[in-house]
Design a protein around this ligand. Sequence first.
Ligand code: ADP
Ligand code: MG
Ligand code: MG
Length: 328
Amino acid sequence: CAGCAKVDEQAPYIAHEFMLDTDIIINIEDSRAPQISTAVFQRIAQIEKKMTLFSQDSEIAVLNAQAGQKAVEVSADTHYVLTKAIAMSKITRGAFDPTIGPLVKLWDVGSGLARVPGDAEIQKALALVDYRSLQINPDSDQLHTVFLPRLGQVVDLGGIAKGYSGDEAKRILLEHGVRQGIINLGGNVMAFGHKKDGNPWRVGIQNPLAPRGTYLGIVYVSDKAVVTSGGYERYFIKNGRRYHHIIDPTTGYPANNGLISVTVVADRGIEADALSTGVYVLGLTEGKQLIDSMDGVEAIFITNERKVYTTAGLKDCFQLTDGDFSYE
Ligand code: ADP
Ligand code: MG
Ligand code: MG
């Protein structure tokens, strides 16, 4: 998980749970905050149960187990996230690709057993990665069936499930009448509504070169998802080289293009999450072009030369606070 950005903690009630392989924090103000937070955590647990790869009976694990054999029926949740994942794959021209699973498994970054795979293994896994091959029946059908046509194909929703969970968390809070607050899912921040005093929330952008919680700048947002992807938290080092967990689907190797973190600001968490992963793979030039072309989406790019770039829409709501970095 990319760095948990520090955020305003305005509201008096804070609840923590470890879910989706990350720390989830809900920060709201409401007389029924504990019960409401429990409802949110229950919903996130439901999503995790359907989409995790850490259990053999999640819907995604079953889809993967049946690859090359038969279509499987999934819930509306899973169908929605898969459909959205494919849409985001198209938008990022395959830089975000939910069929990345064989490569994620091969690299196994973060397991403690990670090693640099051989080229033949990488090519073999790479040949199974193609979002265009995933067959999803349209939502208008009664049954939500999906099919991976080739043996060995693996869907991995690690780059998008937290984003969806953030959207669902916000939806439940609104349903309970909570009008503002912060939900932080390990670096996926939902800053919803605005602060009680009417000001925007301040979300700290993690300094990718410093310990967690050290921010290099602040973005001011109301009612936005602020989602960061980076190679600085989940990685291993071999022969002096760093290998992280975001894989470039064109090379089969961890993305290596000079970016060390990307933050995407968007209305919806699901889009921000997929885009931050995809844009991290695309790199500064192509990634910035893509975000520039999208309405209502902004981004912050940090390079290994400690340069910070933002899209035009953030010029007035991003403040660089760390003098070791330069704002280009
Ligand atoms: P975080 O780990 O903070 O959630 P991301 O949202 O960028 O960061 O997701 C990274 C995860 O997404 C990886 O751990 C892996 O499960 C999956 N993944 C890796 N590379 C890709 C890719 N190119 N496209 C889609 N998902 C990916
Ligand atoms: Mg992501
Ligand atoms: Mg993420």
